[in-house]
Write a protein that binds this ligand. Structure first.
Ligand SMILES: Cc1cc2nc3c(=O)[nH]c(=O)nc-3n(C[C@H](O)[C@H](O)[C@H](O)COP(=O)(O)O)c2cc1C
Length: 378
Protein backbone atom coordinates (compact mmCIF):
# COMPACT_ATOMS: atom_id res chain seq x y z
CA UNK A 1 0.00 0.00 0.00
CA UNK A 2 2.94 2.29 0.70
CA UNK A 3 4.10 3.48 -2.74
CA UNK A 4 7.11 5.67 -3.52
CA UNK A 5 4.96 8.80 -3.68
CA UNK A 6 3.88 8.11 -0.08
CA UNK A 7 7.55 8.24 0.95
CA UNK A 8 8.18 11.45 -0.94
CA UNK A 9 5.20 13.20 0.60
CA UNK A 10 5.30 11.60 4.03
CA UNK A 11 1.82 10.07 3.87
CA UNK A 12 0.58 6.65 4.92
CA UNK A 13 -1.87 5.76 2.13
CA UNK A 14 -1.65 6.71 -1.57
CA UNK A 15 -5.06 8.37 -1.45
CA UNK A 16 -5.30 11.96 -2.63
CA UNK A 17 -8.52 13.87 -2.03
CA UNK A 18 -9.43 17.01 -3.94
CA UNK A 19 -11.98 19.15 -2.09
CA UNK A 20 -13.01 22.78 -1.64
CA UNK A 21 -13.65 22.20 2.04
CA UNK A 22 -10.91 22.67 4.63
CA UNK A 23 -12.56 20.26 7.11
CA UNK A 24 -12.33 17.50 4.51
CA UNK A 25 -8.70 18.35 3.74
CA UNK A 26 -7.85 18.06 7.43
CA UNK A 27 -9.85 14.85 7.91
CA UNK A 28 -8.21 13.12 4.92
CA UNK A 29 -4.73 14.21 5.93
CA UNK A 30 -5.32 13.14 9.54
CA UNK A 31 -6.54 9.73 8.33
CA UNK A 32 -3.26 9.13 6.47
CA UNK A 33 -4.10 10.35 2.94
CA UNK A 34 -3.29 13.70 1.38
CA UNK A 35 -6.06 16.29 1.50
CA UNK A 36 -5.79 18.86 -1.32
CA UNK A 37 -7.62 22.17 -1.04
CA UNK A 38 -9.09 23.56 -4.27
CA UNK A 39 -8.03 27.21 -4.17
CA UNK A 40 -9.78 28.55 -7.26
CA UNK A 41 -12.72 30.03 -5.37
CA UNK A 42 -10.61 31.85 -2.78
CA UNK A 43 -9.06 35.29 -2.79
CA UNK A 44 -5.49 35.26 -1.41
CA UNK A 45 -6.82 36.68 1.89
CA UNK A 46 -9.45 33.94 2.21
CA UNK A 47 -6.93 31.28 1.22
CA UNK A 48 -4.60 32.45 4.02
CA UNK A 49 -7.39 31.92 6.55
CA UNK A 50 -8.13 28.43 5.17
CA UNK A 51 -4.49 27.31 5.17
CA UNK A 52 -3.86 28.67 8.69
CA UNK A 53 -6.92 26.72 9.85
CA UNK A 54 -5.71 23.52 8.17
CA UNK A 55 -2.28 23.94 9.79
CA UNK A 56 -3.93 24.28 13.17
CA UNK A 57 -5.95 21.10 12.67
CA UNK A 58 -3.43 18.70 11.10
CA UNK A 59 -0.58 18.64 13.59
CA UNK A 60 2.24 19.17 11.10
CA UNK A 61 0.96 16.59 8.60
CA UNK A 62 1.32 17.28 4.86
CA UNK A 63 -1.45 18.48 2.60
CA UNK A 64 -1.78 20.05 -0.85
CA UNK A 65 -3.26 23.01 -2.71
CA UNK A 66 -4.84 22.91 -6.16
CA UNK A 67 -4.78 25.91 -8.49
CA UNK A 68 -6.31 26.47 -11.92
CA UNK A 69 -4.08 27.93 -14.60
CA UNK A 70 -5.55 26.81 -17.92
CA UNK A 71 -3.12 26.01 -20.74
CA UNK A 72 -5.10 28.41 -22.94
CA UNK A 73 -7.50 31.15 -21.96
CA UNK A 74 -8.81 34.47 -23.22
CA UNK A 75 -6.49 37.35 -22.39
CA UNK A 76 -3.46 35.09 -21.85
CA UNK A 77 -0.23 37.06 -21.46
CA UNK A 78 -1.73 39.92 -19.44
CA UNK A 79 -0.15 39.96 -15.99
CA UNK A 80 -2.04 42.86 -14.45
CA UNK A 81 -5.01 41.09 -12.82
CA UNK A 82 -7.23 44.19 -12.61
CA UNK A 83 -6.62 45.19 -16.24
CA UNK A 84 -7.11 41.63 -17.42
CA UNK A 85 -10.45 41.45 -15.63
CA UNK A 86 -11.63 44.77 -17.11
CA UNK A 87 -10.60 43.71 -20.63
CA UNK A 88 -12.37 40.39 -20.28
CA UNK A 89 -15.55 41.95 -18.88
CA UNK A 90 -15.75 44.05 -22.05
CA UNK A 91 -15.72 40.88 -24.18
CA UNK A 92 -18.87 39.39 -22.62
CA UNK A 93 -22.03 39.74 -24.77
CA UNK A 94 -25.00 41.15 -22.87
CA UNK A 95 -27.18 38.39 -24.39
CA UNK A 96 -25.16 35.71 -22.58
CA UNK A 97 -25.44 37.47 -19.23
CA UNK A 98 -29.17 38.02 -19.71
CA UNK A 99 -29.76 34.37 -20.63
CA UNK A 100 -27.93 33.09 -17.54
CA UNK A 101 -29.82 35.49 -15.26
CA UNK A 102 -33.15 34.58 -16.84
CA UNK A 103 -32.67 30.87 -16.08
CA UNK A 104 -32.22 31.70 -12.39
CA UNK A 105 -35.10 34.20 -12.38
CA UNK A 106 -37.45 31.61 -13.90
CA UNK A 107 -36.81 29.45 -10.84
CA UNK A 108 -37.35 32.31 -8.42
CA UNK A 109 -33.76 32.23 -7.18
CA UNK A 110 -33.23 35.51 -5.29
CA UNK A 111 -30.46 37.94 -6.22
CA UNK A 112 -27.42 38.14 -3.96
CA UNK A 113 -27.86 40.68 -1.17
CA UNK A 114 -26.32 44.09 -1.97
CA UNK A 115 -23.48 43.59 0.50
CA UNK A 116 -22.39 40.28 -1.08
CA UNK A 117 -20.14 40.69 -4.11
CA UNK A 118 -20.42 37.94 -6.74
CA UNK A 119 -17.17 36.03 -7.25
CA UNK A 120 -14.87 37.73 -9.74
CA UNK A 121 -12.11 36.26 -11.86
CA UNK A 122 -10.46 34.85 -8.72
CA UNK A 123 -7.89 32.17 -9.53
CA UNK A 124 -8.67 31.24 -13.14
CA UNK A 125 -5.59 32.77 -14.80
CA UNK A 126 -1.86 32.99 -14.21
CA UNK A 127 -2.21 36.57 -12.97
CA UNK A 128 -4.82 35.60 -10.40
CA UNK A 129 -3.43 32.16 -9.44
CA UNK A 130 0.14 33.34 -8.78
CA UNK A 131 -0.70 35.13 -5.51
CA UNK A 132 -2.35 31.89 -4.36
CA UNK A 133 0.85 29.94 -5.09
CA UNK A 134 2.94 32.51 -3.20
CA UNK A 135 0.64 32.25 -0.24
CA UNK A 136 0.70 28.46 -0.27
CA UNK A 137 4.51 28.58 -0.24
CA UNK A 138 4.35 30.44 3.08
CA UNK A 139 2.77 27.32 4.60
CA UNK A 140 5.44 24.69 4.99
CA UNK A 141 3.04 21.73 5.28
CA UNK A 142 1.73 22.39 1.78
CA UNK A 143 3.88 19.70 0.15
CA UNK A 144 2.16 19.51 -3.23
CA UNK A 145 0.72 22.07 -5.63
CA UNK A 146 -1.51 20.65 -8.33
CA UNK A 147 -2.65 22.48 -11.45
CA UNK A 148 -6.01 21.64 -12.95
CA UNK A 149 -6.09 22.59 -16.57
CA UNK A 150 -2.76 22.65 -18.29
CA UNK A 151 1.00 22.56 -17.89
CA UNK A 152 1.91 25.10 -15.21
CA UNK A 153 4.07 27.91 -16.62
CA UNK A 154 7.80 27.41 -16.06
CA UNK A 155 8.07 30.29 -13.57
CA UNK A 156 5.39 28.63 -11.42
CA UNK A 157 7.16 25.25 -11.50
CA UNK A 158 10.51 26.84 -10.65
CA UNK A 159 9.03 28.81 -7.79
CA UNK A 160 7.40 25.73 -6.26
CA UNK A 161 10.54 23.61 -6.70
CA UNK A 162 12.60 26.42 -5.17
CA UNK A 163 10.52 25.97 -2.03
CA UNK A 164 11.16 22.23 -2.02
CA UNK A 165 7.57 21.23 -2.85
CA UNK A 166 6.25 18.92 -5.57
CA UNK A 167 4.24 19.99 -8.61
CA UNK A 168 1.40 17.87 -9.96
CA UNK A 169 -0.78 18.47 -12.99
CA UNK A 170 -3.97 16.85 -14.26
CA UNK A 171 -4.22 15.49 -17.78
CA UNK A 172 -6.73 13.73 -20.00
CA UNK A 173 -4.29 12.38 -22.62
CA UNK A 174 -0.81 10.87 -22.91
CA UNK A 175 0.19 13.83 -25.05
CA UNK A 176 -0.67 16.30 -22.29
CA UNK A 177 1.11 14.11 -19.74
CA UNK A 178 4.29 14.22 -21.85
CA UNK A 179 4.10 18.02 -22.00
CA UNK A 180 3.74 18.19 -18.21
CA UNK A 181 6.76 15.99 -17.59
CA UNK A 182 8.92 17.78 -20.16
CA UNK A 183 8.13 21.02 -18.35
CA UNK A 184 9.31 19.59 -15.01
CA UNK A 185 6.05 18.41 -13.40
CA UNK A 186 6.81 15.79 -10.69
CA UNK A 187 3.49 13.96 -10.49
CA UNK A 188 0.98 13.39 -13.29
CA UNK A 189 -2.70 12.95 -12.48
CA UNK A 190 -4.45 11.04 -15.27
CA UNK A 191 -8.16 11.79 -15.12
CA UNK A 192 -10.53 9.63 -17.14
CA UNK A 193 -13.71 11.03 -18.60
CA UNK A 194 -15.89 9.56 -15.82
CA UNK A 195 -14.37 11.97 -13.29
CA UNK A 196 -16.11 15.01 -11.83
CA UNK A 197 -15.15 18.54 -12.85
CA UNK A 198 -13.14 19.34 -15.98
CA UNK A 199 -12.52 16.17 -17.83
CA UNK A 200 -11.52 14.80 -21.23
CA UNK A 201 -13.07 12.16 -23.45
CA UNK A 202 -11.04 9.02 -22.77
CA UNK A 203 -12.18 6.55 -20.09
CA UNK A 204 -9.99 5.77 -17.10
CA UNK A 205 -9.26 2.14 -17.95
CA UNK A 206 -7.84 3.20 -21.32
CA UNK A 207 -6.23 6.45 -20.21
CA UNK A 208 -4.33 5.38 -17.08
CA UNK A 209 -2.06 2.75 -18.73
CA UNK A 210 -1.50 5.02 -21.75
CA UNK A 211 -0.29 7.84 -19.51
CA UNK A 212 1.79 5.50 -17.32
CA UNK A 213 3.51 4.05 -20.39
CA UNK A 214 4.19 7.54 -21.71
CA UNK A 215 5.78 9.11 -18.62
CA UNK A 216 7.18 6.22 -16.56
CA UNK A 217 9.09 6.43 -14.19
CA UNK A 218 7.34 9.71 -13.31
CA UNK A 219 4.65 8.80 -10.78
CA UNK A 220 1.08 8.79 -12.08
CA UNK A 221 -2.01 9.12 -9.91
CA UNK A 222 -5.19 7.57 -11.30
CA UNK A 223 -8.28 9.79 -11.25
CA UNK A 224 -11.82 9.49 -12.55
CA UNK A 225 -14.32 6.99 -11.24
CA UNK A 226 -12.65 5.86 -8.04
CA UNK A 227 -15.09 5.31 -5.21
CA UNK A 228 -14.23 1.91 -3.81
CA UNK A 229 -11.18 -0.11 -2.80
CA UNK A 230 -11.79 -2.41 -5.78
CA UNK A 231 -11.39 0.52 -8.14
CA UNK A 232 -8.33 1.63 -6.20
CA UNK A 233 -6.83 -1.87 -6.52
CA UNK A 234 -7.45 -1.74 -10.28
CA UNK A 235 -5.61 1.59 -10.50
CA UNK A 236 -2.61 0.27 -8.57
CA UNK A 237 -2.64 -2.93 -10.64
CA UNK A 238 -2.38 -0.84 -13.80
CA UNK A 239 0.73 0.86 -12.45
CA UNK A 240 -0.59 4.00 -10.79
CA UNK A 241 1.26 5.09 -7.66
CA UNK A 242 -1.93 6.24 -6.01
CA UNK A 243 -5.47 7.47 -6.54
CA UNK A 244 -6.67 11.04 -6.90
CA UNK A 245 -10.33 11.39 -5.95
CA UNK A 246 -12.84 14.23 -5.95
CA UNK A 247 -16.51 13.28 -6.12
CA UNK A 248 -16.36 11.00 -3.10
CA UNK A 249 -15.78 13.93 -0.75
CA UNK A 250 -18.97 15.76 -1.69
CA UNK A 251 -21.13 13.48 0.45
CA UNK A 252 -18.97 13.07 3.55
CA UNK A 253 -20.12 14.33 6.93
CA UNK A 254 -17.47 17.04 6.98
CA UNK A 255 -18.40 18.47 3.56
CA UNK A 256 -19.73 21.99 3.61
CA UNK A 257 -22.46 21.43 1.02
CA UNK A 258 -26.02 22.81 1.20
CA UNK A 259 -28.48 20.02 2.16
CA UNK A 260 -30.49 20.29 -1.11
CA UNK A 261 -27.33 19.85 -3.18
CA UNK A 262 -26.05 17.00 -1.02
CA UNK A 263 -29.41 15.24 -1.44
CA UNK A 264 -29.20 15.65 -5.23
CA UNK A 265 -25.82 13.91 -5.19
CA UNK A 266 -27.11 11.12 -2.94
CA UNK A 267 -30.12 10.56 -5.22
CA UNK A 268 -28.26 10.63 -8.55
CA UNK A 269 -27.36 7.53 -10.53
CA UNK A 270 -24.20 7.03 -12.57
CA UNK A 271 -26.24 7.98 -15.69
CA UNK A 272 -27.23 11.40 -14.38
CA UNK A 273 -24.08 13.37 -15.26
CA UNK A 274 -23.13 15.23 -18.42
CA UNK A 275 -20.00 16.96 -19.73
CA UNK A 276 -21.05 20.55 -20.22
CA UNK A 277 -19.30 23.86 -20.98
CA UNK A 278 -22.18 25.81 -19.53
CA UNK A 279 -20.62 26.86 -16.24
CA UNK A 280 -16.91 27.28 -16.89
CA UNK A 281 -16.44 27.38 -20.66
CA UNK A 282 -14.54 24.05 -20.75
CA UNK A 283 -16.11 20.57 -20.69
CA UNK A 284 -16.84 19.83 -17.06
CA UNK A 285 -18.75 16.82 -15.70
CA UNK A 286 -21.73 17.74 -13.54
CA UNK A 287 -25.26 16.61 -12.79
CA UNK A 288 -27.45 17.08 -15.81
CA UNK A 289 -30.31 19.48 -15.07
CA UNK A 290 -32.48 22.20 -16.64
CA UNK A 291 -29.49 24.55 -16.82
CA UNK A 292 -27.22 22.15 -18.73
CA UNK A 293 -30.08 21.25 -21.10
CA UNK A 294 -30.89 24.92 -21.71
CA UNK A 295 -27.35 25.76 -22.90
CA UNK A 296 -27.41 22.82 -25.33
CA UNK A 297 -30.45 24.10 -27.25
CA UNK A 298 -30.07 25.52 -30.78
CA UNK A 299 -31.95 28.72 -29.92
CA UNK A 300 -29.83 29.69 -26.90
CA UNK A 301 -26.40 31.34 -26.66
CA UNK A 302 -23.35 29.08 -26.81
CA UNK A 303 -21.21 29.07 -23.68
CA UNK A 304 -18.25 31.47 -23.91
CA UNK A 305 -14.63 30.38 -23.54
CA UNK A 306 -12.70 30.17 -20.29
CA UNK A 307 -12.61 32.31 -18.16
CA UNK A 308 -15.40 34.42 -19.72
CA UNK A 309 -18.19 31.92 -19.10
CA UNK A 310 -17.47 31.75 -15.38
CA UNK A 311 -17.37 35.54 -15.24
CA UNK A 312 -21.03 35.27 -16.27
CA UNK A 313 -21.96 32.25 -14.16
CA UNK A 314 -19.92 32.92 -11.01
CA UNK A 315 -22.84 34.97 -9.75
CA UNK A 316 -25.16 31.98 -10.30
CA UNK A 317 -22.79 29.66 -8.45
CA UNK A 318 -22.92 32.05 -5.49
CA UNK A 319 -26.72 32.22 -5.70
CA UNK A 320 -26.91 28.42 -5.83
CA UNK A 321 -24.71 28.15 -2.73
CA UNK A 322 -26.93 30.64 -0.88
CA UNK A 323 -30.37 29.56 -2.08
CA UNK A 324 -29.68 25.92 -2.85
CA UNK A 325 -33.22 24.67 -2.60
CA UNK A 326 -34.66 27.08 -5.19
CA UNK A 327 -31.61 26.94 -7.42
CA UNK A 328 -31.05 23.17 -7.42
CA UNK A 329 -32.82 22.55 -10.79
CA UNK A 330 -30.44 25.02 -12.46
CA UNK A 331 -27.50 24.81 -10.04
CA UNK A 332 -23.87 23.88 -10.66
CA UNK A 333 -23.31 20.35 -9.33
CA UNK A 334 -19.92 19.12 -10.52
CA UNK A 335 -19.54 15.40 -9.89
CA UNK A 336 -18.35 12.27 -11.67
CA UNK A 337 -20.15 9.09 -12.67
CA UNK A 338 -19.14 7.52 -9.36
CA UNK A 339 -22.00 9.59 -7.93
CA UNK A 340 -24.20 6.51 -8.42
CA UNK A 341 -22.28 4.77 -5.63
CA UNK A 342 -22.47 7.75 -3.27
CA UNK A 343 -25.73 6.79 -1.60
CA UNK A 344 -25.17 7.69 2.03
CA UNK A 345 -23.32 10.26 4.10
CA UNK A 346 -20.20 8.84 5.73
CA UNK A 347 -17.35 10.15 7.82
CA UNK A 348 -14.21 10.99 5.87
CA UNK A 349 -12.08 8.75 8.05
CA UNK A 350 -14.38 5.78 7.38
CA UNK A 351 -14.24 6.39 3.63
CA UNK A 352 -10.43 6.31 3.72
CA UNK A 353 -10.27 3.18 5.89
CA UNK A 354 -12.87 1.39 3.73
CA UNK A 355 -10.87 2.23 0.59
CA UNK A 356 -7.71 0.84 2.15
CA UNK A 357 -9.33 -2.30 3.55
CA UNK A 358 -11.20 -3.15 0.37
CA UNK A 359 -8.12 -2.48 -1.74
CA UNK A 360 -6.11 -4.94 0.37
CA UNK A 361 -8.89 -7.57 0.26
CA UNK A 362 -9.12 -7.20 -3.51
CA UNK A 363 -5.42 -7.56 -4.14
CA UNK A 364 -5.36 -10.57 -1.79
CA UNK A 365 -8.22 -12.13 -3.76
CA UNK A 366 -6.46 -11.59 -7.07
CA UNK A 367 -3.27 -12.95 -5.58
CA UNK A 368 -5.03 -16.09 -4.40
CA UNK A 369 -6.46 -16.57 -7.91
CA UNK A 370 -2.92 -16.72 -9.20
CA UNK A 371 -1.78 -19.10 -6.52
CA UNK A 372 -1.02 -22.60 -7.86
CA UNK A 373 -3.53 -24.44 -5.65
CA UNK A 374 -6.32 -22.03 -6.44
CA UNK A 375 -5.60 -22.12 -10.15
CA UNK A 376 -5.51 -25.93 -10.38
CA UNK A 377 -8.62 -27.49 -11.94
CA UNK A 378 -10.89 -29.20 -9.41
C1 LIG B 1 -16.89 19.33 -7.23
C2 LIG B 1 -15.61 19.14 -7.99
C3 LIG B 1 -14.82 20.24 -8.26
C4 LIG B 1 -13.59 20.08 -8.90
N1 LIG B 1 -12.80 21.16 -9.10
C5 LIG B 1 -11.52 20.96 -9.48
C6 LIG B 1 -10.58 22.03 -9.45
O1 LIG B 1 -10.90 23.18 -9.13
N2 LIG B 1 -9.29 21.74 -9.76
C7 LIG B 1 -8.89 20.46 -10.08
O2 LIG B 1 -7.70 20.23 -10.30
N3 LIG B 1 -9.76 19.46 -10.17
C8 LIG B 1 -11.06 19.67 -9.83
N4 LIG B 1 -11.93 18.62 -9.85
C9 LIG B 1 -11.47 17.29 -10.32
C10 LIG B 1 -10.82 16.52 -9.17
O3 LIG B 1 -9.58 17.09 -8.84
C11 LIG B 1 -10.59 15.07 -9.53
O4 LIG B 1 -9.63 14.98 -10.55
C12 LIG B 1 -11.82 14.30 -9.96
O5 LIG B 1 -12.88 14.59 -9.10
C13 LIG B 1 -11.52 12.81 -9.97
O6 LIG B 1 -12.59 12.06 -10.44
P1 LIG B 1 -13.80 11.54 -9.49
O7 LIG B 1 -14.70 12.73 -9.37
O8 LIG B 1 -14.39 10.43 -10.23
O9 LIG B 1 -13.19 11.15 -8.18
C14 LIG B 1 -13.17 18.77 -9.28
C15 LIG B 1 -14.00 17.68 -9.03
C16 LIG B 1 -15.22 17.84 -8.40
C17 LIG B 1 -16.07 16.63 -8.14
Amino acid sequence: MHTEICERLGIEFPIFAFTHCRDVVAAVTNAGGLGVLGAVGFSPEQLAVELDWIDEHTDGRPYGVDIVIPGKYEGMGEDDAAKLEADLEAMIPEETRAFARRLYEEHGVPDLPDDVAPPSLLGWTLATAMPQVELAMEHENVRLIANALGTPPSEVIEDIHGHGRLVAALCGSAHQARRHVDAGVDVVIAQGTEGGGHTGEVGSLVLWPEVIAEVSPTPVLAAGGIGTGRQMAAALALGAQGVWTGSLWLTVEEADIPPAQMQAYLDASSRDTVRSRSYTGKPCRMLRNEWTDAWEREDTPDPLGMPLQFMVTGEMVARHARYAEAAQPVGFNPVGQIVGQMTKVRRTRDVIYDLVEECIETTDRVHSLLHDDAAAPA
